[in-house]
Design a binder for this molecule. Sequence first.
Ligand code: MG
Length: 248
Amino acid sequence: MHKKSREEIKLMKMAGNIVALVHQEMKKVIEPGISTLELDKIAYDIIKKNKAIPTFLGYAGFPASICASVNEQVVHGIPSKDIILKEGDIVSIDVGATFRGLVGDGAWTYPVGKIAPEIQKLLETTEKALYNGIEKMIPDTLLENISAAIEDTALEGGYGIVRQYGGHGVGHEMHEEPFLFNYRTNCTTIIKQNCAIAIEPMLNLGCDEVHTLADQWTVVTDDKKPSAHFEHTVIATQDGPLITTKLL
Ligand code: MG
């Protein structure tokens, strides 16, 4: 777990600001009729305009700047001109920006027009799980406390928890140590001061189980029920959790 210097923290906040700018725009433009490829183009342009690199583009061969995962798609959906959002859908947008070598990583699930109340509740609970986890991002405490806060929030709502994916250290690389489970594992890792972790609960309306489609990227729920994903990059400072993926 790498402790960030003052300079690295400053750059991570700048990278995170660009991620937040993308999400600010996603919130505005996501509506019935837009394709996920158009969303990708908008995100790419914002990242480039801010002199950053789209972290996802080319990562392990991923072909886009955002992951756009619709409804039962959990994560890693590939933007496409053929995926047109429609009223009642949800779409999870995950985006990374690298600014002067440091990464910001953040995801949000957006409603497309008016969505069903039970899906709205899933989104609210997953966002709540994220913030409950963030509260536990305190130096010299157990990393497991974050996992427990997310698990408890999910179970209160009766939601499935995605087991195969989770949060991760972040900094010069998008994926650094440690891995952060979204449920208890009796992990004894201690959070170090000024370390950065991308906290990212993925909750399902139905079962826990997911699988990857033939495109080798898109992860979907086994029961085809909707899934939500909320993520912030967070630094454990002595003054408390610092979210980098927000507007400066
Ligand atoms: Mg992440």
